[in-house]
Structures are given as C-alpha cells and as structure tokens.
Write a protein that binds this ligand. Structure first.
Ligand SMILES: NC(=O)c1ccc[n+]([C@@H]2O[C@H](COP(=O)([O-])OP(=O)(O)OC[C@H]3O[C@@H](n4cnc5c(N)ncnc54)[C@H](O)[C@@H]3O)[C@@H](O)[C@H]2O)c1
Length: 328
C-alpha cells in the first residue's frame, strides 16, 4: 500500500484511475479545483478542492499526508481552446505543473506519473508513432505538455525525481462499476459527440472527408479509460519499486477512422447517427496511431479492450446511465 496524491482526480481519466488505485489498496487523496471536474466523481472524503497554484494549501496537503507518489492529471485539455487562449494554457498546464513540482520537491516526494499526450508529436511523419519521433507540437496545448515533459527530464537528471510520462492517444469509454464516465464541458471528443447527435438529432460535423486515408476521414487510436488506468498502475508499481524514469506511448496501436467510429456507434446503439461532412479542421493530422510496444515490453502492460465496439458500448452504457436510454 502506498500513499498517492492524484491531481485532477475529479476529471474523467483521473477519477477512473483513483477508483482503480483504491481497489488496489492504495491510500489515495485527490486534489482538484473543480474548474472542469465533478465532486461526484471522487469517492467520499478524499477530495481536496485546491488549485495547483495555491502553494499554501498544497503545502498543507503534502505535509499532512506524506505521499509516496503523485499521479498528475490536472490540466486544461481542449486543443482548439488552447489556440484561442494560449496564455491560460501555458499558465495552467506548464505553470501549474511547475508549481506542483516545486511543492513536491519541498516535501521530498520523488515519484510522479504525468499525463502527457500524442499532441506532443504534432503532425507525425509516419505511423505507428514511436516515442523517438520528432516532438513538434502544433498547438499551445501540445506545447504546454511538452514543456512539462522537458522540466521532468531535467529534474530526473539534476534532482533525482523519478517519473513516468504517458503520452495518451484518444481516451474513451467508462467503467460501469464506478458509475462515472466522460463528462467534458464543452465536449470535444468524438464518441460522446456522436451520442449527443443521436440523442438530439442535431447532425455531427465530420471535419474533413478528403484525407489520404482509406475512407477519407481522420484515423485515431482509441484507448479505453480502464486500460489507461492500468497503465498508470503499472507505471506506479515500477517507480515505487525503484524503477527508472521513462516516457511511453499509451494507445492500443490500432487506428479507426471517424466513419468507422460512426458505424460502430450505429451498430451498438441500433440508431442512425446523423452527420454532415464539413471542411478539415486546422491542425488535425490525418492519422495518429501509437507504437505502444515500449509500454507493453517495459511495464508489462496490455490493453483489455481491443475492439472498437466494446469501447463504444462501454461509453454508451454511461451515456444511458447519465441521460436515460436515448429515444425513450
Ligand atoms: N481525454 C483524453 O483523451 C486525453 C488525451 C491525452 C492527454 N490527456 C490528458 O489527461 C489528463 C486528464 O484528462 P481528462 O480527459 O480526464 O480531463 P478532465 O478535464 O476531465 O480532467 C482534468 C481535471 O483537472 C482539473 N484541473 C485543471 N486545472 C487544474 C488546476 N490548475 N488545479 C487543480 N485542478 C485542475 C479539472 O477540474 C479536471 O477535473 C489531462 O492532463 C489531459 O491533458 C487526455
């Protein structure tokens, strides 16, 4: 059993990981300012409503719990918004991470798992993308995450912090046993937007049907949120056992096009997905698929969800728990 601080644990991926950490017997506290997350995602008595920039509250929390490790999810996540408000993204994501790193240094916490992103690669030259691919973000969001990765690399070299950065591809799905799921506001992720279109009848806009992919729409690597949580558990196990720092892609290695996702959603729900084909969205690469062999080999991780329909089905289950069965 270890004492773990989860930042951003009231959000989508952080709350799933918190539940899995508790199920493993760890003692978990959650820090979240609820700017985006929800108190109802966090098991009772574990939530501390604190912003990463509030150093005195952070100091109190760290002094009271003497954590063995931190799992750091807290960040803003919308790529498009980051292009409109870059200062806010750099301040919250890069600045907030630095404030956290300074605080844990003051309190002697030397292990951290960080939520990075495939957005650090920008428009990759080839897929599947290995971790060694050029790091050329095309959004302030991606850059803000790369800045944190850079700080972590230097803290590892200079001050002995040990970290794992997981570069997530497209998180999706929900774990029914925990009663939580994806509730971003505004929602920018494809699968919940498809369900919204089914529920409201307002057509979804597909951004671009003229990419150099088999059906012309963008291809992404979808990873179930429970498989992401298990990657965090494996990363923590390694760090707590004295393992070295590392950077790993977290994806399944299998890509699906937007139209394939729409088709899977139609099959799972038994409903027609209303959509219109729109122009390309600036900065969207045609294809993002992870080479996840390093995570599999080094940390012994393997995804449990390997079919798109199983992932869509689990997200649909949450959608129905949240809004009631669509069409009723
Ligand atoms: N969802 C994805 O597909 C995806 C893909 C790649 C990377 N990521 C990364 O994973 C992490 C979690 O993503 P998510 O989808 O769960 O997002 P989310 O918005 O659901 O969760 C983020 C949480 O962080 C909190 N937060 C933000 N800034 C904070 C601050 N300064 N102080 C305290 N709390 C703060 C929010 O209130 C929210 O609860 C993020 O770092 C994101 O960049 C997500």
């Amino acid at each position: 059993m270890a004492r773990i601080l989860v930042t951003g644990g009231a959000g989508y991926i952080g709350s799933h990981t918190t539940h899995y950490l508790l199920a493993r017997g760890h003692d978990v506290q959650v820090l979240d300012d609820l700017s985006k997350g929800y108190a109802h995602n966090v098991p009772k008595g574990r939530l501390h409503v604190v912003n990463l920039h509030d150093s005195s509250s952070l100091d109190q929390l760290l002094a009271a719990h003497r954590f063995d490790a931190v799992v750091h999810f807290a960040a803003f996540i919308a790529v498009g918004e980051s292009a409109r408000e870059p200062e806010r993204y750099f301040r919250n994501n890069a600045g907030g991470s630095l404030a956290l790193l300074e605080a844990i240094e003051r309190h002697g916490v030397r292990r951290l798992v960080f939520s990075s992103t495939a957005a650090v690669y920008g428009n990759p030259e080839r897929v599947p993308i290995p971790e060694s691919a050029p790091l050329l973000p095309v959004s302030p969001y991606g850059e803000s995450k790369l800045m944190t990765e850079t700080a972590l690399k230097w803290l590892d070299a200079c001050s002995g912090l040990r970290y794992v950065a997981l570069r997530y591809f497209n998180a999706c799905g929900a774990e029914a046993a925990f009663g939580i799921g994806e509730e971003h506001e505004p929602e920018t992720h494809l699968i919940p937007l498809v369900f919204r279109a089914i529920r409201t009848g307002v057509p979804l806009t597909v951004f671009g049907g003229d990419y150099a992919t088999p059906d012309g729409t963008c291809i992404r690597d979808y990873i179930h949120v429970s498989d992401l949580a298990s990657a965090h558990l494996a990363a923590l196990d390694s760090l707590l056992a004295g393992g070295a720092s590392g950077v790993f892609n977290a994806g399944t290695g299998r890509g699906y096009s937007v139209l394939e996702v729409l088709r899977a959603a139609g099959e799972v729900t038994g409903k027609k997905v209303p959509f219109v084909m729109g122009p390309r969205r600036e900065g969207d690469p045609a294809e993002l698929v992870a080479d996840s062999s390093k995570l599999r080999k080094t940390l012994g991780w393997a995804p449990q969800y390997d079919s798109l329909s199983a992932m869509v089905e689990s997200a649909w289950g949450f959608e129905n728990r949240r809004h009631g069965p669509a069409g009723t």
